[in-house]
Design a protein around this ligand. Structure first.
Ligand code: OAD
Length: 243
């Protein structure tokens, strides 16, 4: 891939860089995407992901939600960070002011070595009590999950990720929004850009005059607002931009 002179200049001069990653960045690690581009369908026992991963399902059948989450946690143990995740670890060291925001819950950025990751949809290896909200860090190797009940109040424990029908955790999204509003260069990587408010982040960066670059093999609803759309796989493109 040949990069434009404008992008090369922005990349070498930027003081503040923000990156939003989504399911597409983990596709080359074998993690199923939600709506496109991945190999494996995100379906559990015939239920589409927005049904099994929903607030309603937590209320009605938490056991099945856990079966689905434990299946994914087990699946993720076999997935490794790919060259795109590794490239972003180098970017974190290169730029004076670097923010990595992800919609992914798969922990692959952290496993690659990124130190500061804003996980706006939570983390698949965290759980919380439905009654008192106490949080638990699970070990990736603990499948099925532990604990099942809160050790303080005996309430049921649920995955600590954002599910359909739920708001984003307070504070986390605000931080992502602030950083997106105040950067010179913004990358939006591997998202179909259909889920709000995450999709608002590149729009905000653009409105505040950042140079916005999309990396995705497909054209998305975000492409038209981007300064550049680099069409291809993140694992191929990112390592070429800086090595
Ligand atoms: P989607 O599955 O909607 O979109 C994945 C995007 O990744 C598509 O646009 C693909 O073209 C692109 N893609 C595929 N392979 C790629 C690669 N190798 N490199 C770069 N891009 C690639 O996933 P998201 O946009 O992440 O939320 O979905 C957003 C949210 O919807 C998820 O965080 C999840 C889901 O509901 C929650 O679970 C709360």
């Amino acid at each position: 891939m040949i990069f434009s002179e404008a992008l090369k200049k922005k990349f070498s001069e930027a003081k503040s860089v923000c990156v939003l990653t989504s399911a597409g960045i983990s596709a080359e690690s074998g993690v199923p995407t939600f709506r496109g581009g991945g190999k494996n369908p995100n379906v559990w026992k015939g239920m589409p992901f927005d049904q099994i991963s929903s607030a309603r399902m937590v209320r009605e059948n938490l056991k099945e939600v856990w079966n689905w989450f434990d299946y994914r946690r087990d699946f993720l143990k076999k997935c490794q960070p790919n060259p795109a995740h590794l490239a972003l670890v180098k970017w974190e060291r290169k730029f004076e002011n670097f923010t990595l925001i992800t919609q992914n819950v798969d922990e692959l950025h952290t496993r690659a070595g990124s130190e500061n990751v804003i996980e706006i949809h939570g983390n698949i290896n965290r759980s919380r009590c439905v009654k008192c909200n106490k949080r638990f860090q699970m070990k990736a190797e603990d499948v099925p999950h532990k604990p099942e009940k809160c050790d303080d109040c005996q309430g049921e424990v649920r995955p600590d990720t954002v599910l359909f029908g739920e708001m984003l955790p307070t504070g986390t999204y605000e931080k992502a929004f602030e950083r997106s509003s105040d950067c010179d260069l913004f990358f939006v990587i591997g998202t179909s850009a259909l889920v709000y408010p995450a999709a608002m982040l590149p729009e905000t960066a653009k409105r505040e005059d950042a140079y916005v670059v999309e990396i995705n093999p497909e054209i998305t609803t975000m492409s038209s607002i981007c300064d550049e759309s680099l069409q291809g796989q993140a694992g191929k493109i990112l390592p070429l931009l800086y090595h």
